[in-house]
Design a protein around this ligand. Sequence first.
Ligand code: ZN
Length: 233
Amino acid sequence: MDNEALVAVFRLDSECRRLERALAELPAAGAALRREGNAARERRAARDSELADLDQGIRRLEREIVEIEDRRRREENKLRDLSTVEHVAAKQREIDALAARIESLELRVLEKIESQEILQRETELRRSTEGDADAARERELGELERDTALQRHALERTRLDRERALAGLEPTLARRYKRAFGKHGHGCVAALRDGSCGGCGEALPPQDALDLRHKGRVLDCQGCGRLILWVES
Ligand SMILES: [Zn+2]
């Protein structure tokens, strides 16, 4: 049976391929989690800056109200010094306009305070669910990192085992393997599947298929150049 050592190589190649694929997918999973985290931070920052804007707007309006109230008081003081009815009426109109202006500014302050309260409540409600989501993401990232380290370790070990298994191939088979590996990498050995090459599907002559199974022969696939062998599934 010249295929026993090759079966071991085949299994280790498959394992290398599986681990390499799994490792290739992990960075994308980590990047997706980090993107999610960044988006959540940006949403929070946007809400905070909206709150800060509202706060600033309220302060600005309040300053404006104080200034206009001062002016109104000054204008009211001037009323005493006016001698004609016309002048008093004109001044009174001016004072009324200032009062109306103050009233409309106060309304705007109230509106802003209301928006601020709504946003603050929303922010507090979201903070707890977002905190949970952050913690879950951090946990997942930690698991991913551990997983990556474990898979990397497993891959190194599997590669070493494969090197050892390769050293067990008899020289002619080792040369054939090397040729196939140059073309197909870790997928260079295929299992016989339903009388065909498990790599490309090329059908084998029935006698060859029987020899693979019962005599442990190893064939070069005419279709793809992989080595084909019988593997007990
Ligand atoms: Zn093939």
